[in-house]
Design a protein around this ligand. Sequence first.
Ligand code: DGL
Length: 263
Amino acid sequence: MSNNNPIGVFDSGIGGTSIWKEIHKMLPYEGTIYLADSKNAPYGEKGKDQILQLCIKNTELLLKKGCKIIVVACNTATTNAIDYLRNNYAVPFIGIEPAIKPAALGSQSKKIGILATKGTLSSELFYKTSMQHAHTISIIEREGKGLVPLIEAGKVHAEETKALLKQYLHPMIAENIDYLVLGCTHYPYLIPLLKTLLPLQVKIIDSGEAVARQTKAILDRNDLLSTSKTSSKHIFYTNSEVAILTHFLNDVKEQKEIKYLAF
Ligand code: DGL
């Protein structure tokens, strides 16, 4: 595997672009290939086996395209499939999980909220992580049912999105949480709306920066960091609407190609 091969990133749709942006900020000279499996979103409502099959499909495509490392930029995919992927493919995999640990450590009220998909909240890995880091605090968890399809439709400021969020946040606010953990890579796009709905003292955290740091560390450990000193190529594939993916990448000024691909 050559150092200048791309980093592969996949998600059930556009959500993982929030992670891609953190990775690019930290590793500006790395080339990347992103897969938005929007045709199959949301993963969060699917069973473990189905999620696993979708992750295998995405992984094999990224490997065929020569990726040297794969970032599973989806909490639902990570919590259901990362062990299988690591045991069955030779490249390193970076996963993403809800940032329970920093929230648990930082919380004064000892109450934190977690918004994530059903697939993540019901996973064994999520259960283990919560037991490990949050046994001394209360976690108020809510499934963000319906949010991913709205975000995939670009409705990040819509009234219907606001109404759902109000409903999901209500029990957390009533319990006096001081941290809200975003356990789905689509949700960082809701931060502007979330800020209008949460009390000022509630801190919102996601795992994007931690994933970027880990990607850099693992590339370094495997001697796979790019040797390029200029910006590299970025290709984004979607198996649904190019316009939607383009919308979420409008703030990316680097050279990029956004294309439809049937996968
Ligand atoms: N972006 C995803 C996550 O982090 C998946 C959402 C979904 O497809 O349900 O969980």
